[in-house]
Write a protein that binds this ligand. Sequence first.
Ligand code: PLP
Length: 518
Amino acid sequence: MQESNGAVARHSPLEIAPAEFRALGHRLVDRIAEFLESLPQRPVTPGESPARIRQALAAERSLPHAGSDAAGLLDRAADLLFAHSLFNSHPRFWGYVTSSAAPIGVLGDLLASAVNANVGAWPLSPMASEIEAQTVRWIAELLNYPVDCGGLFVSGGNMANLVCFLAARQARAGRDVRKEGVDGARLRVYCSTETHTWIQKAADISGMGTDAVRWIAVDGQGRVDTRAVRAQIERDRDAGERPILLVANAGTVSTGAVDPLPELAHIGREFGLWLHVDGAYGALAAVAPDAPAALRALAEADSIAVDPHKWLYAPLEAGCVLVREAGRLRDAFSYHPPYYHFGDEAINYFDLGPQNSRGFRALKVWLALEQVGREGYARMIADDIRLSGELFAHLAQFPEIEALTQSLSIATFRFVPADLGPGEERDDYLDQLNRELLTRLQNGGEAYLSNALIQGKFALRACIVNFRTSASDIRVLPPLVVRIGREVDAELRPSGLRIGSGPAGQFPHPSGARSTNG
Ligand SMILES: *Cc1c(COP(=O)(O)O)cnc(C)c1O
């Protein structure tokens, strides 16, 4: 092609002409809208094997030498994903802590990609950087955390916790660990045995090693024993170690337990420790009208990790770091002097965290916050918590279901055959039975749960961070568990472990089960 100046116009194979781009985009958006509309009628997952998925993808093909038509490709990608995915936006998806994706966030990601701002540095992303800063402040507001805090978006809870961990290490190590390393520093961190595995990764990555983590026992409700925390800190201090960081859970990942934040804040102040709250899942419950009282002490934390891709229902990925003293993030990550733009300090996010080039994760979160406001989130989160309570009450009415715990929006329980007698192998058998039950339930696609270990017992676990779940969805679950439980029991018991059969009702009814309603 000849341009007016006589040069030959470049024809890039990746370019898509505007008219075609429009047509492709409209078609894709139509297909996505149909897909979202069809979700309630679909199985939560097709439950296929890795071999089946690889076959559908033709995984063995080598890289194409020549390209192919974009329209056909987008259709094929949509077909593959709509037919062979687990849908966490399904109203009966209650696994892990994974939310339904807000539709406005889906569109936000498209817009963010189109502008392709590099939110690593202010000059590369003037508006995007400011939107991220505003979104961080709004999240702080939702938690009643000081809005002059520092913060940034990262990929999720693990990274948010890691960033806070590194900020705490630099702030409290008593020397410049970034330069000198941690050799011989004998730094120690404290957290409950219910803490998520990010803590081991952080201790490892920080060079402190996992032996630096002091695991503190929890009470019957999964909350850290504050007396044991204090005793361990004193022991370590007296032995010449350096306690630097106290980690509190605002919503443990397995049962939703909220540690006693006010007492931990007190201990942190008394011993000069950095108080970090892992609120990846539960901190946002603070916005609900009847939130656990302990969450009011979030305001006292030195740092908080919170996951917008959990209880703000943002599409993956979006984690958020909040640090009370904004300068602490620069102290922990920057190798540059602050950057001024027309007299104002401009935010260069590459100075506040480990990443250099950064995508615009905040946009999808900002859009959803604007769309529904504080009031909308308060309602959705309160509804999730209420539905979880209703589910728990409903489960407890089934004689073959042992309801175990309920806190925030997590309920745990297990199936116990009515005629299962006592015996040494009873708990082993119940673990085996419930493990198999869960596998079948997950593959069956009628509803989706994951599991938790409750005082050594294998439990089924429903976590509702799903604005599409309604009361009619949760009523499906108990009969489904009973049906699959009986089926598995009938297959396993005659041939498997021998458990004495006793008369029904011989075991304490689930009404004796503890509840961790917080
Ligand atoms: C989900 C979760 C994490 C990990 O977050 P990701 O977003 O999966 O990286 C850490 N802590 C708690 C309490 C969580 O619920």
